[in-house]
Write a protein that binds this ligand. Structure first.
Ligand code: BTN
Length: 323
């Protein structure tokens, strides 16, 4: 990205018009340089209105992430976390995976704009400036990767607790770890692991939460989708949301380290959108298995009563659908 693009976007974050002349003066550059920098923004799908005689503006005000505001929400939890806020990154998960051997335990990397986000099962995760909260948390475990099978479900519990703390009700989990409101996807979790089966191991826990998706972004997403702006009537501050999530993640990960997913299983089940409902499981080979959700097991697998009896489904490449 052009080095001036993001500084100009910070200026435009108030959602008001700023003339090319004013911006140029602010950064001691020419108006052509300003224009070029904002062309780069458009190339990255950031909509900037340009009106002759008035200048440039974003479609609406945007609250950008900043470390101090996140730390204010984190309070005493801040001391045990390492926070990095980036203007833009291809993917916060990829960034931490690339730095996995050097990054400190409990490093959180957040990006104001994630340009090549990755989802589960090889999908893309679409995000935009002010449209989504995207971050990843690196966590080191003494246990091996084999003991972390329920980790992604455990982090879903932290997400639900955070939404509740912020007064956002009606959110549900969909196995293994989507968060839904009104049966539409609000947030997703991608966990990547490195380490030996016997331990120690490192997890990169990535979360994407839709804040205020413009129609252009919604159209790129091939499943029913929602955002916090539609689900609640007031604005949610992404700094407060991230701080709240990190507090609950810290608590949930401590419980998980002590007792595994078993210690969180009941709470997870209480929020499962498909608990005791008939579902279809889409298998990687194209088969569909129908059954009734019984429960979730202590290793995070889903237990379903099918025509062939009780079957256990591990996450990974399997996709759950309602009937
Ligand atoms: C899914 O539902 O498929 C998981 C989506 C996970 C998206 C987040 S956004 C932050 C982090 N960085 C990524 O590239 N992906 C995760």
């Amino acid at each position: 990205m052009n080095a001036l693009t993001f500084p100009i976007l910070r200026l435009l974050a108030d959602g008001k018009f700023h003339s090319g002349e004013e911006i140029a003066r602010h950064f001691s550059v020419s108006r052509t340089t300003v224009w070029n920098a904002l062309q780069h923004a458009e190339q990255m799908d950031i909509e900037v209105f340009s009106v002759q005689g008035r200048g440039y503006k974003l479609p609406q005000p945007v609250t950008l992430l900043d470390e101090q505001s996140i730390l204010n929400t984190l309070d005493k939890y801040g001391a045990s976390l390492h926070l990095e806020v980036h203007d833009h990154l291809a993917s916060t998960n990829s960034y931490l995976m690339q730095n996995i051997s050097v990054a400190k335990h409990a490093t959180c990397v957040a990006a104001n704009l994630q340009t090549s986000g990755r989802g589960r099962r090889g999908r893309s995760w679409h995000a935009g400036l002010g449209a989504s909260l995207t971050f990843s948390l690196l966590w080191r475990f003494q246990c091996g990767a084999s003991a972390l099978s329920g980790l992604s479900l455990a982090t879903g519990v932290a997400l639900i607790r955070s939404l509740h703390e912020l007064g956002i009700t009606g959110s549900q989990l969909k196995w293994p770890n989507d968060v839904l409101i009104n049966q539409q996807k609000l947030a997703g979790i991608l966990i990547e692991l490195q380490g030996d089966m016997e331990g120690p191991s490192t997890a990169v826990i990535g979360m994407g939460i839709n804040l205020n998706l413009p129609d252009s972004l919604k159209q790129q997403i091939d499943q029913p989708v929602t955002d916090l702006a539609s689900a609640i009537n007031s604005e949610i501050n992404p700094n407060q949301l991230l701080g709240t999530l990190l507090k609950h993640l810290t608590d949930v990960l401590a419980v998980f380290e002590q007792g595994g997913f078993a210690a969180l299983r009941e709470e997870w089940s209480q929020h499962h959108a498909y608990h005791e409902q008939t579902v279809r499981m889409l298998m990687p080979d194209g088969r569909e298995i129908h059954g009734i959700v019984q429960d979730v097991a202590e290793d995070g697998s889903l237990l379903i009563t099918t025509a062939d009896g009780l079957q256990r489904f591990m996450s990974g490449e399997i996709s759950l659908r309602g009937l």
